[in-house]
Design a protein around this ligand. Structure first.
Ligand code: FAD
Length: 223
């Protein structure tokens, strides 16, 4: 099914149905609802399409760039793609590589691998395949609870939930931010959002073009 429209009272979608003569036609449906949870995933940046056009590299269904084990492009070892734009695999077991999830730890680890491979190449050494280290998952549920599944050095995989997991989630997210200033601003933003139940959204409108700007002289004359 493909969603074609979302509104305040529901959504519309289309499905493909087979007709008696074997051909396909689209059938439109309406699903009345006031609660919509969108979980269709994200698409790769348009930069992926640009790379495919200029280098001939392949993209996956989401528009992400299919990369080599060392995160470079096939036929272009001088170009490496990391993070959400890369459709990468982890080569912990080289015989059965596994897909890398689109999360920030994976993006950071790919960045480190790409930098190391760049140094390897400069020294004339062989590059290494990317291996993703999954340290676990954290997710908040509401305002005071979270679930945590974390790999600890001695204890192995530890699972906990509730308020302690929520505090742990807060700590981890602040800790991994780069720079004291970022940490301070995010803590302030979160505290504001938490205690006022309001979000500080940054809205970036299109830059005004000369035709949309008020005419300066005219408004001054009118005043
Ligand atoms: C709603 C949402 C919730 C998420 N929650 C989590 C979570 O809880 N935990 C987690 O680990 N991950 C989460 N993720 C995923 C995480 O945000 C990404 O995996 C991570 O940010 C990827 O990092 P990146 O550097 O590859 O891409 P990004 O962080 O997207 O950075 C790419 C940057 O490149 C810029 N850019 C794009 N095109 C160009 C261009 N042509 N020229 C110059 N600059 C360009 C973009 O503006 C952007 O700043 C979430 C993602 C979404 C969308």
């Amino acid at each position: 099914a493909q969603v074609t429209d979302i509104g305040p009272t529901g959504l519309s979608y289309q499905t493909r149905v087979k007709t008696a003569d074997g051909s396909e036609r689209l059938e439109s449906h309406r699903l009345p609802t006031r609660t919509i949870v969108w979980a269709a995933g994200v698409a790769g940046s348009p930069l992926g399409r640009e790379l495919a056009r200029s280098t001939g590299c392949n993209l996956d269904r989401a528009g992400r760039v299919l990369v080599q084990p060392d995160l470079s492009l096939a036929g272009h070892p001088e170009i490496q793609v990391v993070g959400d734009l890369a459709s990468a695999k982890s080569y912990l077991d080289p015989q059965s590589p596994t897909p890398v999830p689109g999360v920030s730890p994976a993006a950071k680890q790919m960045g480190r691998r790409a930098a190391k491979n760049l140094l390897h190449r400069m020294k004339g050494r062989e590059t290494k395949p990317f291996v993703y280290a999954d340290y676990g998952s954290l997710a908040t549920i509401g305002r005071k609870a979270a679930i945590a599944m974390v790999d600890m050095p001695v204890f192995g995989r530890v699972k906990f939930s509730g308020f302690s997991a929520w505090l742990f989630w807060l700590f981890v997210h602040i800790y991994f931010l780069i720079g004291f200033r970022n940490r301070l601003f995010v803590m302030w933003d979160w505290a504001w959002a938490y205690f006022t139940a309001q979000r500080n959204a940054r809205v970036v409108p299109d830059a005004p073009t000369p035709s949309t700007l008020p005419e300066h002289g005219a408004s001054r004359q009118a005043a």
